[in-house]
Write a protein that binds this ligand. Sequence first.
Ligand SMILES: NC(=O)c1ccc[n+]([C@@H]2O[C@H](COP(=O)([O-])OP(=O)(O)OC[C@H]3O[C@@H](n4cnc5c(N)ncnc54)[C@H](O)[C@@H]3O)[C@@H](O)[C@H]2O)c1
Length: 267
Amino acid sequence: MIPKRILLTGAAGLLGGVLRRSFAGQFQLLRLSDIVSLGEAGEGEEIVTCDLADAAAVEALCKGMDAIIHLGGIPYETGWPELLRSNIIGTINLYEGARRAGVDRVIFASSNHATGMHPNDRTLSGESPARPDSRYGLTKAIGEDVAALYAYKHGIRSFCIRIGSCLPKPDNKRALSTWLSHGDFVRLVQVGLKADYVHEIVYGVSKNTRSWWDNSAAYRLGYEPQDDAEVYAAEVGDIELKTDLARNYQGGNFVPDEFSGRKEWLD
Ligand SMILES: NC(=O)c1ccc[n+]([C@@H]2O[C@H](COP(=O)([O-])OP(=O)(O)OC[C@H]3O[C@@H](n4cnc5c(N)ncnc54)[C@H](O)[C@@H]3O)[C@@H](O)[C@H]2O)c1
């Protein structure tokens, strides 16, 4: 079934804005939600201000939707209380609201930081186990497990995208591996809206020559990325990460931040 009524959480954010512009007029209804202002509703849009931590409000938000693109949450490292509230409780509320409303599928914005403590000479796939590099990364790993619970137990198709670095263009050497162009982001979300899957974890990455990720699961479902960060290699060549840990592990600067572990335990 091609979804006609779509809920977009985190719609006021950077990636929410990319989808809002790209999806304008393409669906019967695009319900845009965020905790902050979203401006005026355009044609085919509906705007609902909602805090993801408010279970009753999120339940109402999910009603009547065929699919949900769940981008809402905190996208950086911060303290437990904020992350617990917006990312963990928020994602549980979202899935529970989706279950009660009989929503067919949820596309969940996970992150490469769910697997950031893996070394970057290792090729990971969606099957690779979580190894979070931060409290933030852990919230995304938990979100992927929440997605699995609601897929296998409650029948909600779940497409988890471990997004790399979704930027207009790569901004440092690491991003030559992790970059996801805005165009490829839209293409991957479209795959999530249409493809046949139960619980799938893919990487949100363009077809970068230096990618660390085997994204064959996304390709099997129809993802055809168009962009390669390599065309920016000369531009970003001198922008290096500053520590060994940041250079050698997938999470980049998230890895040395607050690090108090044993380097010899990191393979
Ligand atoms: N941009 C990237 O490269 C990237 C990489 C990996 C993962 N992601 C994930 O993709 C999603 C979107 O990222 P972004 O860069 O657009 O971030 P963003 O911060 O620009 O957007 C997130 C939005 O979520 C909203 N939000 C936060 N807490 C909320 C709450 N309690 N209730 C309702 N709304 C709330 C914010 O107001 C914001 O508008 C995030 O979940 C992020 O973790 C992004």
